[in-house]
Design a protein around this ligand. Sequence first.
Ligand code: TRP
Ligand code: ZN
Length: 882
Amino acid sequence: MRSETAPAIRLEDYRPPAYRIDKVHLNVLLDPAATEITATLSLSRAEGTREGTPLVLDGDELSLTGLKLNGQDLPETAYAAAADRLEILTPPAAPFELTIVTQVNPDSNTKLMGLFRSSGTYCTQCEAEGFRRITYFLDRPDVLAVYTTRLEAPKAECPVLLANGNLVEEGPVEGSGRHYAVWHDPHPKPAYLFALVAGDLARVPDSFTTASGKEVALNIYVEHGKETRCGWAMDSLKRSMRWDEETFGREYDLDVFNIVAVSDFNMGAMENKGLNVFNDKYVLADPETATDQDYANIEAVIAHEYFHNWTGNRITCRDWFQLCLKEGLTVFRDQEFSADMRSRPVKRIADVSLLKSHQFPEDAGPLAHPVRPRLYHEINNFYTATVYEKGAEVVRMLKTLLGAETFRAGLDLYFQRHDGEATTIEAFLACFEDAAGIDLGQFALWYDQAGTPVVTVSTRYDPERQTFSVSLSQEIPPVPGQAPTKPAVIPLRFGLIGPNGEDMDIEAAPEGARISGDVIVLEKTHQDVTFRNIASAPVLSLLRGFSAPVRLDHKPRPEELQFQAAQDSDPFNRWQAVQTLAMQDLVRLAGEFRKGADATPSEDVIRVFGSVLTDTSLDPALKAQALTLPSEADIAQEIGKNVDPDAVHAARQRLRQAVSSQHGDAFLALLATASREDGYSPDAASAGKRALSNRALYYYAAEGSADAAALVWDRYASADNMTDRLAALTLLVHDHMPRETEALDLYKARHESNSLAMDKWFMTQATAPGDETLAKVRALMTHPLYDAGNPNKVRALLQSFATGNPTQFARKDGAGFALIAESVLEIDKRNPQVASRLLTSFRSWRALDPQRSALAESALLRVSSCEDLSRDSRDIVDRTLQ
Ligand code: TRP
Ligand code: ZN
């Protein structure tokens, strides 16, 4: 027996809502086990709706305790109520008011959707379909209403009462020990942007003056005692607000902007209008407990949620198929913000690495879907790397193709034309078509076709005719269930590097392709591009800045790659050349090891690492990135089939050791000069220096000598910030150095009372290679500081094991897969979103060798055979096995 697959929702079936809801008044009487919500909805028939058409409201696990229409009780024959819907059989022809009373239990809400409690604080999460767990509603993004929310709770337990918009009234409820607050949000919004928070929280206040001189009160609410860790988040918020004004002309539009940090949260953060709710890991930071990466993430997520105020809230999605309309665009905006705050090339490399390690495998496996899907069973499963990250790449390509100015004009038009609306990708693209006077019909295919295009490249130089020809072709690998694909519009930023290392001037326009500036536009299946008057053979640097989310099948000669690694004026392609050289060698080594043969790393590759290391022109952060080996998962993905994770692990370790033994002295010298500066500062330049010295430590430690072990220990024990401490701890644990256990104990003693810092402790152990890790993870699941109900803990221990420990997850005895399958079933009962996310770690199972893929399949079948799987997990397991 297995649970039923939920019915498919299809884009083509979209119909506008039959009724409008213009106003919502909520009265919420907060209680841990029995919160009562009275919702008063101002309803009217939508244009084109026939009189008497039933009104069908969504619900989810609701119980109805009262119902009135225009103030009158309704006879039981006039409606039908169930936990998941409320139907008013024959609503009046004229506008009417519906009053609905529901009761919910926040304490027993383990799904963390709707109204729940996190460490005693009441909070809500309504995207995508959580509002229907609070009251019956037309819970779809194209129903926009003005909300007024009255909250009431005991003042002693809940001194803080927050909802969307501006505070309009507050006071005591006489003689009851209770108090109330009324919030009004003048901006019409869909239900998924509703939020309330109530509890005993500390407030960190600040303010911001907008470009037009309006004063906005800013507040970050956190648990008492955590106030001192909000400074970076607040600073990031103010910089985001300024940047959006300066870069896109977007100002904030309410009197107050509130952020609340909670410790139990399904995702990163949520852009509720005027009341963002955050996973506390994206708010809280101090040098003692947060790494440089944490600081960068906080800056990016704060910006992301803030930017949603225009791209998502003022202009929202017509339906959930359009999710990338807000997410892809907002990710693009937060990426640009971070690039402006930090180093643009370093940020670009980080974003592309993420895209390649998360989105590419998704697009190549059973969970592949277009940036705008056409069908879903459970929308929660579409908050994916494809919608977010590839969605951002599509916006970036638009900018590349149109140029910065026209792109900005198109976006201005979008804000002007669609403000206050719920709209679509077509409407978005139309703004750019109108601004640029071009047709984006073919470009729009990026939203509809799944799969990563492969661009095949070959070049030929003719010294006699002084021509350089580039032959380009594109192919999108077939995706099951998808119609044959059409050629995409692929902007290829490029340069021709001359023998002196400088980019050649390209005098005459080349033949065979539309070209604008330094961008070749590939728009057919095959194109030959010829450059004339090229005096000597150039090296082609293609896809500079990763100008399109494609795979390049380009086989430059090793000398050419080495030349690029040393000379390319485009920092991204310099980095890429080093990575490609390393990757080629790692794939070769893994192939040999898989056969049981021995092999040694290429001298050339080791030399390239050496020249990167000693290049004084490279900034430290870039250097650290260039010295980072492709991850085991990245190597596995490159191999593509019949993957043996043990061989991959061995190959990567071998290259690391070879680089270490060749350049050990240089790494040691670097460590000696990388003096600890006085005081920690999270800025990008300081972070870059720390990244580089920790990279040096990683290589130096590979020597395995007593000296190396002593140095790592010393760095660990003397670290004055989390970045350095965690880097050293990771080496001690992952390289199984002599004082591994001592280090873990010391860490625990130091950070026991800090849940976020302990997440790193769990993660470090879960990602350690070696057979004993599995038993460790099982033991940690019963550790007093582990909590299976806290999503951050599940991610730290189990998700990081499944995605960050390829040899142990894919153990040959099947125990790694079994652990995750078992955990999915356990977690699914309480939190389907967290369970289904964990289940996606199986997505590349078919690429494993036959023995391992058979084990993965049986683990998946075990999950699939569960009778009462959630809709979320059912959807993922069905598609993964398909
Ligand atoms: N819209 C949110 C963002 O992009 C993410 C989000 C979607 C979310 N669904 C959620 C967050 C559920 C928490 C829980 O930032
Ligand atoms: Zn978002």
